[in-house]
Design a binder for this molecule. Structure first.
Ligand SMILES: Cc1cc2nc3c(=O)[nH]c(=O)nc-3n(C[C@H](O)[C@H](O)[C@H](O)COP(=O)(O)OP(=O)(O)OC[C@H]3O[C@@H](n4cnc5c(N)ncnc54)[C@H](O)[C@@H]3O)c2cc1C
Length: 160
């Protein structure tokens, strides 16, 4: 649900704000100097730099911190590739030493991947939670571009 602020003028904006709050929406512009959408690759770094610059920052993430690279892309694929690489080396080992058959337990390999990713994400979550002046908001940011009082909102019903 998106509730748009009216651009009619001061009193109307105030009444719209009251309606927004009643509907469970809280305009981010009330509490922040800067808003960063997405805690993927650049988001946390940009948010951290803004905080260092003295800004109060809202970092809005609709899924898990770390984005594609940490949760689905670079990190899990490299961690899984490491298992394949070790298996490849072990299979070639018979050319050098006596070995038994090498097998890959895919479930165990995936469990290792998940454990690495969970550890990396926990570190990122801890870092984000520990930055004074940075609020990590869980929800889908909506950029409102069709009113003069442009604003970005997130559902205040989501966990913060
Ligand atoms: C299998 C695979 C392997 C890869 N391997 C590599 C690699 O080895 N090296 C490399 O450089 N790149 C790799 N990539 C590419 C890399 O993952 C992406 O380039 C990178 O993740 C892009 O980062 P990003 O922050 O721009 O976007 P994303 O990682 O997609 O992050 C965007 C974040 O914003 C959030 N978001 C989006 N819209 C909203 C909204 N409206 N409100 C709130 N939150 C929102 C999303 O939930 C997400 O967390 C790989 C990709 C895949 C799929």
């Amino acid at each position: 649900m998106t509730h748009h602020l009216s651009a009619v003028g001061g009193p109307q904006i105030a009444w719209d704000l009251v309606d927004s709050l009643k509907e469970g929406w809280r305009p981010v512009w009330l509490t922040t100097d800067a808003i960063v959408i997405g805690a993927g690759q650049p988001g946390p770094g940009v948010a951290g730099a803004l905080v260092e610059d003295g800004k109060r920052v809202a970092l809005i993430e609709m899924d898990r911190a770390g984005g594609t690279c940490l949760n689905h892309g670079c990190k899990p694929t490299k961690a899984l590739r490491a298992s394949a690489s070790v298996a490849h080396q072990a299979r070639r080992a018979a050319a050098y030493v006596n070995t038994s058959e090498v097998t890959v337990d895919f479930a165990a390999a995936m469990s290792r991947v998940r454990s690495i990713i969970d550890g990396l994400r926990d570190s990122l979550d801890d870092w984000l939670a520990g930055v004074d002046g940075l609020d990590l908001l869980h929800g889908t940011a909506t950029v409102v571009t069709d009113v003069a009082a442009n604003s970005i909102r997130w559902p205040s019903t989501a966990s913060i």
